[in-house]
Design a protein around this ligand. Structure first.
Ligand code: IMP
Ligand code: MG
Length: 195
């Protein structure tokens, strides 16, 4: 039983991810010099991305997290979003960068932007590792974008399918049969929505 057996195609290999995240970190370090930005990682999908991004930033920076749930099935979100874990701190007057794994329909980021905008940050920016632009339903500005990807459900590097596959160190597509019968995904986990 090995996760590798469930992979159809590697979309973004580990070294390509690393190089791109280093570039994003350099850009953020330049753009926010003297501003001590606050990275807001969106749990759970962004944990690996935000921790690598954080270490590629060379200026003083802080880290906080939010967790949200969206009602929908395991592979598609809906417009209804709810906060499960809020920030630990006020963002009044802070330079906030929301860091998420992927922007798909845009519903999640649209909600986050509206919610955090209402808390009077000095500035608010979006950093997303992946952009599935062809699926967008809500326009959201992406100030720092890792990669645009095609309309495929991807896992790895923090992204999951039914809670599994986050630990794969690259971005990949699973074999079609994983979503049906077969594959390493235990049937207990199938169809349970996760973030
Ligand atoms: P949106 O609200 O449709 O933009 O969805 C954003 C969230 O849905 C992401 O933060 C992910 O948690 C999840 N998601 C969207 N597409 C994928 C995918 O291809 N793989 C894994 N999770 C995804
Ligand atoms: Mg997510």
């Amino acid at each position: 039983m090995n996760l590798i057996d469930d992979i159809d195609e590697i979309l973004i290999p580990e070294d390509v991810l690393k190089a791109r995240i280093r570039e994003l970190g350099e850009r953020i370090s330049g753009d926010y010099a003297g501003k001590e930005p606050l990275l807001v990682g969106i749990l759970t999908g962004a944990v690996i991305f935000v921790s690598d991004l954080l270490r590629s930033i060379t200026i003083p920076v802080q880290l906080d997290f939010m967790a949200i749930s969206s009602y929908g099935n395991s592979t598609e979100s809906s417009g209804i979003v709810r906060i499960l874990k809020d920030l630990n701190q006020s963002i009044v007057g802070r330079h906030v960068i929301i860091v998420d794994d992927i922007i798909d329909t845009g519903y999640t980021m649209d909600y986050l932007l509206e919610t955090l905008k209402a808390r009077y940050p000095a500035s608010l920016a979006v950093c997303a590792l992946l952009d599935k632009a062809s699926r967008r339903r809500r326009h959201v500005p992406i100030h720092y974008r890792g990669f645009e990807i095609p309309d495929k459900f991807v896992v790895g590097y923090g992204l999951d399918y039914s809670g599994i596959y986050r630990n794969l160190p690259f971005i990949c597509v699973l074999k079609p049969e994983v979503y049906g019968l077969g594959g390493n995904l235990h049937e207990t986990y199938r169809g349970i929505p996760t973030r």
